[in-house]
Design a protein around this ligand. Structure first.
Ligand code: PLP
Length: 458
């Protein structure tokens, strides 16, 4: 298609480089290299403007769970856009897809998590969850119980509040002056980086003791909520030690601290379950935040699912207004899209596929630990990563300026595979439709990329 007359007759690449301020961009390299312009997607494959094909082992951004290019998704979106493209969802108005999606999420969510608040994505769901913590405790006569406990290496979104709550190394540049008051960070439960002298069980005991010590120091009357990704995603695919999440939840219950499971990545089949907190880790959260796989990225949508207990307290507490909401809350087209997406996940048994093929992927990838550069391969279901090290015994990292994970992902890209570089990791979260043959391609190509970059380093 020709560019409209009012735009310069230049490629998307040039217009992007001239005019777009990219999220999470590093301006120096961006100025030099510009962007990869993706033109088309089908299943787990992408094609760029020049027609080059890539296998997208990143799954968009942890989100294209059912795969791209599905006609029935396009039809569901088009039908809803034609019937009712938008309706106000504030106060006491709703629409059929939003109501049906809320009922479906209540059916899929664990325990008494029956009340759904729709948002525009993951950050806005987490932002609201953090504010519900204060609202809930205030309604129950504990107005000072507002502090939030999170962990190092967590990522909970990119609004001011959610980025203050999360704490990934390197993100917290001082220019943004994050909120620190009332936010506490515990150690990251990364078994690979536990102290050498500790078993995994002792490491877990230590982490629980650290939480209890924090509560003793700050006061249970001040701490209102604990937020955790069941498996830390962007912080490094951190599967916590056995029993850790359940024990953290038990501590929360003892001190009337609300447990928020941030399942923006882990829900909708990523690790083989609708929601990971209960099914994979035995935790019954008070709130769940989700997005991404909720629509498989076909349209933006997030949700905060909260318990009957929280809802009852909020409704009984004498508050008359819940003064938070977004223009696109309960957007009918996004909700219709999510309903069709969930129908496809169910009909095609994609949660089971994530489990089965994920286990195969894990086994095949684990073999890369034999490579000199690979210190650790870890993950669960279809959330996996390779951690690069300079020394396998000491687990020391290469200097940041070597940028080996970016070099590996660039090399993989030249071989037709997209993997995501984060710090010293190469991360993968492919669509749940991935087959074992495709896993073979991903692992073989990644291995070739790591070998070539390793050769360049010596
Ligand atoms: N929470 C987690 C665990 C995430 O990984 C992300 C995004 O990657 C978010 C929240 C923020 O979601 P969004 O980018 O849709 O605002």
């Amino acid at each position: 298609m020709n560019a409209p007359a009012s735009l310069p007759n230049t490629s998307a690449f040039e217009m992007d480089r001239a005019h777009v301020l990219h999220p999470w961009a590093n301006f120096g390299p961006f100025e030099k290299a510009g962007s990869l312009v993706i033109a088309r997607g089908q299943g787990a494959k992408l094609w760029d403007e020049q027609g080059r094909e890539y296998f997208d082992a990143v799954g968009g951004m942890w989100c294209t769970n059912i795969g791209l290019g599905r006609r029935e998704m396009a039809d569901a979106i088009a039908e809803q856009a034609e019937r009712l493209a938008f309706a106000n969802h504030f106060v006491d108005m709703t629409n059929d897809p939003a109501a049906r999606l809320a009922a479906k999420l209540a059916e899929l969510a664990p325990g008494d998590l029956n009340r759904v608040h729709f948002t525009t994505g993951g950050s806005t769901a987490v932002d609201t969850a953090v504010r519900v913590v204060s609202y809930y405790h205030h309604a129950r006569g504990n107005p000072d119980k507002t502090d939030i406990v999170a962990r190092e290496n967590s990522y909970h979104g990119s609004t001011y509040l959610t980025q203050s709550v999360g704490k990934r190394n390197g993100d917290r540049i001082e220019e943004f002056r994050y909120k620190t008051e009332g936010i506490h960070h515990l150690s990251c439960p990364n078994p690979y980086r536990r102290p050498d002298h500790m078993t995994e069980a002792q490491f877990c005991d230590d982490l629980i003791a650290e939480f209890e010590a924090l509560i003793a120091r700050v006061g249970a009357d001040k701490i209102g909520g604990f937020i955790a990704e069941p498996i830390q995603a962007s912080g490094g695919i951190i599967v916590p030690p056995q029993g850790y999440l359940r024990r953290m939840w038990e501590v929360c219950k003892r001190h009337d601290i609300l447990f928020i499971a941030d399942e923006v990545v882990t829900a909708f089949g990523r690790v083989g379950h609708w929601f990971a907190a209960e099914d994979a880790f035995g935790v019954q959260p008070d709130m769940i935040t989700c997005a991404k796989g909720l629509t498989s990225g076909y349209l933006p949508l997030g949700a905060l699912i909260l318990s009957d207990r929280i809802w009852a307290a909020m409704a009984d507490g004498g508050h008359r207004w819940f003064t938070t909401g977004l223009t696109y809350s309960g957007h009918p087209v996004s909700c219709a899209c999510a309903l069709k997406n969930i129908e496809i996940l169910e009909r095609e048994g994609l949660l089971g596929n994530a489990d089965r093929v994920g286990a195969y992927f894990n086994t095949r990838l684990k073999a890369l630990e034999n490579l000199p550069l690979v210190g650790n391969v870890r993950g669960q279901g279809l959330m996996l990563c390779v951690e690069n090290v300079a020394n396998k015994t000491t687990k020391a990292l290469l200097p940041d300026e070597v940028n080996e994970s970016k070099r590996i992902s660039d090399m993989a890209e030249s071989l037709g595979l997209l993997v995501r570089p984060i710090g010293h990791l190469n991360v993968m979260s492919p669509p749940l439709i991935i087959t074992e043959a495709e896993v073979d391609f991903v692992v073989d190509t990644l291995e070739a990329a790591i070998r070539r970059v390793t050769d360049d380093l010596v």
